[in-house]
Design a protein around this ligand. Sequence first.
Ligand code: MSP
Length: 498
Amino acid sequence: MKKFYVTTPIYYVNGKPHIGHAYTTFAADILSRYHRMRGYDSFFLAGTDENAQKNVESAEEKKQSTEEYVNEMSALWQETWDNLSIINNDFIRTTEERHKAAVKEFFERVYKTGDIYKGTYEGFYCEGCEAFIKESDLVDGKCPDHKKKPKKIKEENYFFKLSKYRDELLGYIDKNPDFIQPKSRRNEIISYIKNYMEDISISRESMEWGIPVPSDEEHVLYVWFDALINYLTGVGFGKDNKQFKKYWPADVQLVGKDIIKFHCALWPAMLISAGLPLPKKVFAHGFFTINGEKISKSLGNAIDPVDLVNKYGIDAVRYYLFREIPFGEDGDFADYRLNVRYETDLANGLGNLTARILSMAEKYFKGKVPAEVPGRVEHFWKKYEKEFENFEFNEALATAWDLIRECDLLIDREQPWVLAKQDPEKLPGIIYTLLETLRHIAWMVYPFMPAAAEKILSQLGVEELEKIEDFKQIKKWGGMIEGTKVKKGDILFPRLEK
Ligand code: MSP
């Protein structure tokens, strides 16, 4: 069985999840479900980044111990993903023993390569970014992203020889044009590696919270150095070699565009140094804004995905985010657009079509599937798969909606209620075509809106969804078997309360 390994960034726990975090996590869930539908052994890793200084500060504000605070917050993040229909295979916390062991093993490999040396760091550190920041990048003395003054630091640190890997990284990016996507991000990284990349401090002397540097326990590791390793820990690095060999390298690492330098320069260099293969692809998506401003915990304008879901339902929120904003680009979040999408595409579109088809099957054929007639959907599937390959989620959904439109047109053209009276022999073929096309629509929609898809499939008499792993069978025309019982269910997308 082919494997698929997808990761999301592990989030800081200094606040609760907002819609931007949910976006990345939904995208990974969509990819993972899509691959599972295609019969892959898919592994989706999520997690929390707990060794950051900002977590310590949030704990202090709450008058809690850091440990108590991160435990509570990590549980909240896990619970949120569960409540949003996210099916991750594992959840990694960087305070776990298994992670500390993996970090130790990784550090030792890099140390042996001779890529770690001691030096003095003098400069600025932005806790919002959890990164060292150059004086020349400050705007009015503040970090341009977090709008806060960074801390001035002078201390003994361990450094990682990042600059040593300049040529090797550029060579890899050149030979693997799909490694960094979208293309605009690739160009940004090439320019960074060529012109700005320097050795990086990977330890802090003055901190207590974090993973101790294995060779010198007076220091703790820089949080990014430890955090990136989570992608290895999550699939058994240093513990379960069989699992690790099976899943690593990752097929897709999803990140927001704000953290690509870490994922496309530091991370691959760390892996080369440790003698490990590089991820096949890093895909950077864009940012949501609200009225043009970045949504973030530190700016205090976050949208809670749970509030949205309470109003619209999980499926509708997932649908809106991936239909409305091309993956990889920035987008403005607008509640009224979600409303419009809900009413037009979901309630009046998919929901209404499902109800109409099932009603007709019940009315004219007592809920039994009529005899199969020929039909063609291959080219829709081909298009859909190509779009998935290119991360064009909005287009893949549009393809499913093309099929919805075909059904609506067929109903309008043939008017089954007229046929029933005037040309009843034609009716079974039309109803078969509609039922079978609806089955294909449900599967195309499944990675995005799992609950709605499952409801439609169950109305169509397709049960035991999880056991279906034969993608060829799913895509083939003729999946609806004559005589199968179908049954209209509850309304899929009820009208919203005004
Ligand atoms: N802990 C690091 C990641 C370490 S991965 C080894 C981190 N965490 S974070 O909590 O700040 O989350 C960052 C990620 O959240 C972004 O890269 C992005 O995926 C997502 N987003 C945060 N705000 C976002 C928007 N406003 N819009 C879209 N995505 C956003 O960085």
